[in-house]
Design a protein around this ligand. Structure first.
Ligand code: ATP
Ligand code: MG
Length: 278
């Protein structure tokens, strides 16, 4: 099982959107996946068509976590109930469509739903042993090959719990001045995380989102991100395209959304996912 946190200490840069895009790519590739929605706002859950029921959410599990307890609240996303068949026009004729053996696997895309119930951990104070809660709640859930964790935009116990449980952390950045600064904050917080000597720093990457080719200011910030973070900047970058919001509004995976804009975006998410799971 590979656990990947999608994080950023700046709000609104596209963390939940990247989680949704990667979940869509994982579904397309038939990689059994669990999305853990740590954000009390629950945006990733909403995008995946899942709503938390009282007591059946991440926050309730993390209050008193037992080994593998997230499995009990994991809910199938409706995304997985629309299997891709060779007859499905949008998704199949592409060279990056899954191979025949992958296609025959039953799609698994579950969500451990987020809700305000996790707010009790969305603060900076924590005891080091609290940081093991997510790791404990995920332990032994071997039916998933991939776990994607959507983090809140704060350096809270929730975010640190996610980092402590993760093999990789993707920091999402926009090519803008404030977001470059936010990425620097995220990466240095991640490096300091090892300060306790208790946690190994997980492998990190910077996903650049909402790129507009026509903006000289953005191109400047993109160069700045590459200078600052070098090989950590994930290739390809993700464009600013309206299909992101349209697909999210319909709670629909981008890999099954019609049109060339969606096709390009879906291909980019699939490439990012391949890099993660390689
Ligand atoms: N590549 C993109 N192109 C166009 N719109 C995008 C793109 N990525 C994200 N958005 C839009 O930007 C808004 C913020 O995105 P999102 O909610 O994913 O950010 P976030 O970092 O998770 O926010 P928060 O910090 O509040 O959790 C949403 O309306 C989303 O649809
Ligand atoms: Mg979010």
């Amino acid at each position: 099982m590979q656990i990947v946190s999608i994080s950023s200490l700046k709000g609104g840069v596209g963390k939940s959107s990247v989680v949704l895009g990667l979940a869509s790519a994982a579904l397309e590739a038939r990689i059994p996946t669990l999305v853990v929605d740590l954000d009390p706002h629950g945006d990733a859950s909403t995008g995946l068509g899942v709503h938390a029921r009282s007591g059946k959410d991440v926050g309730s599990v993390l209050r008193r976590p037992r080994r593998g307890a997230l499995g009990a609240v994991a809910t199938a996303s409706p995304w997985a109930q629309h299997p891709i068949t060779p007859e499905t026009p949008v998704a199949t004729a592409r060279e990056w469509a899954p191979d025949a053996s992958a296609r025959s696997r039953r799609p698994v895309l579950d969500v451990a739903p987020g809700s305000a119930a996790s707010s009790h951990l969305d603060h900076a104070a924590f005891r080091p042993r609290d940081l093991r809660r997510l790791e404990t709640a995920l332990r032994g859930l071997d039916r998933y090959e991939l776990v994607l964790v959507d983090c809140p935009p704060t350096l809270s116990a929730l975010t640190r719990m996610a980092w402590a449980a993760s093999h990789k952390v993707l920091s999402v950045a926009e090519p803008s001045l404030f977001s470059v600064a936010g990425t620097q904050r995220t990466m240095s917080a991640l490096a300091q995380f090892e300060g306790s000597r208790v946690w190994a720093v997980p492998e990190a990457g910077v996903v650049v989102n909402r790129v507009q080719d026509s903006s000289p200011e953005q191109q400047h910030r993109l160069r700045e991100l590459r200078e600052l973070f070098g090989p950590l900047v994930v290739d390809p970058v993700l464009p600013d395209v309206s299909v992101v919001q349209r697909a999210q509004g319909a709670a629909w995976p981008v890999h099954r959304w019609p049109g060339s804009e969606a096709e390009d975006l879906a291909r980019r998410f699939s490439t990012v996912l391949e890099g993660l799971t390689r």
